[in-house]
Design a protein around this ligand. Structure first.
Ligand code: LCV
Length: 261
């Protein structure tokens, strides 16, 4: 079975995450198929907007980064520039057509960043978002943290990151993390109505607006020393006992016991 399904109708391309057995974990393979689908859409002049969704009725939109693909013994940055999750976030940010995330079910870890890397987010009332690096012991990377900070208030993001607890779509909407929250039964109709409103407008203007907003929002002053200091702090984490414990606990399906070193 393909890990993503692709369809195009009325100027709207739909990419469906299609690995429910593994709760749409963002494996290298799934991300590869997703990125390929985006590239195909970009070349299809009939496509004005892309909708990114999971298979209807799935309880989990995506379980986040494929934990089996994270380095298990430390010593290597788990979320470096070439990591598939990093690559797909950049691909969506740089995609010429607007991408609308249609979210039903639970969203975990890096999949929360995948959702907010889209240009709009429409979620069902049942959707939840759990940003889990602190639960897993993973030092999230700088551009990822910046993407979260840009998506909502600092207080909301700190609560989401420090607790790692699932946050309701209702609360996420109040924090600006989601554009619309609707009853599940209306999710598809509201999403595609929004997509159609965009598809009816000038694709050239929208594509330039998207790139302008990306360039402006990514202009974050950071001196090299500040960047290197953060990288050193992250390295101490992914070389720590706690990092190994977090990954091992996940794989052994048990609660991690963090010791702070
Ligand atoms: C690989 C998985 C996963 C998975 N990877 O079904 O943001 S960061 O820094 O944390 C970043 C590093 C990140 O994104 O880390 C991942 C964060 N994700 C999570 O913490 C969610 C982990 N998954 C779960 O808590 C449960 O799977 C949920 C609640 C999503 C669904 O629970 P449910 O009981 O419905 P299972 O747990 O039985 O999972 C079904 C299959 O999917 C695999 C899991 O190993 C199992 O495979 P097997 O049947 O082969 O055992 N799976 C789930 N999540 N992130 N594989």
């Amino acid at each position: 079975m393909p890990l993503v399904l692709v369809s195009v109708a009325n100027g709207i391309g739909t990419i469906t995450l299609n690995n429910p057995k593994k709760r749409n974990a963002l494996s290298t393979e799934l991300i590869g198929d997703l990125t390929q689908a985006l590239e195909k859409m970009a070349l299809d002049t009939s496509v004005r907007v892309v909708v990114l969704r999971a298979v209807e009725g799935e309880k989990v939109w995506s379980a986040g980064h494929d934990v089996h693909e994270l380095p298990q013994s430390g010593g290597r940055d788990p979320l470096s520039y070439t990591d598939p999750l990093r690559a797909v976030v950049r691909a969506i940010h740089g995609h010429s057509q607007p991408v609308v995330a249609m979210v039903d079910g639970s969203v975990w870890g890096g999949a929360c960043e995948l959702v907010i890397s889209c240009d709009l987010v429409v979620a069902s009332q049942e959707a939840t978002f759990a940003i889990t690096p602190a639960k897993l012991g993973v030092p999230y990377n700088l551009s990822g943290v910046l993407n979260f900070v840009r998506a909502a208030s600092l207080l909301f993001i700190k609560e989401a990151l420090f607790t790692g607890q699932p946050i309701t779509a209702e609360r996420a909407t109040l924090a600006g993390f989601v554009n619309h929250v609707v009853p599940s039964k209306d999710l598809e109709q509201v999403t595609y109505r929004l997509a159609t409103q965009i598809a009816d407008n000038s694709p050239l203007v929208i594509s330039v607006l998207k790139e302008q907003l990306r360039v402006i929002s990514e202009a974050a002053p950071l001196n090299p020393e500040g960047f290197e200091r953060v990288q050193a702090l992250r390295r101490a984490v992914y070389d720590s006992t706690d990092y190994k414990e977090g990954i091992r606990a996940f794989l052994e399906k048990r609660t991690p016991k963090f010791v702070g070193r």
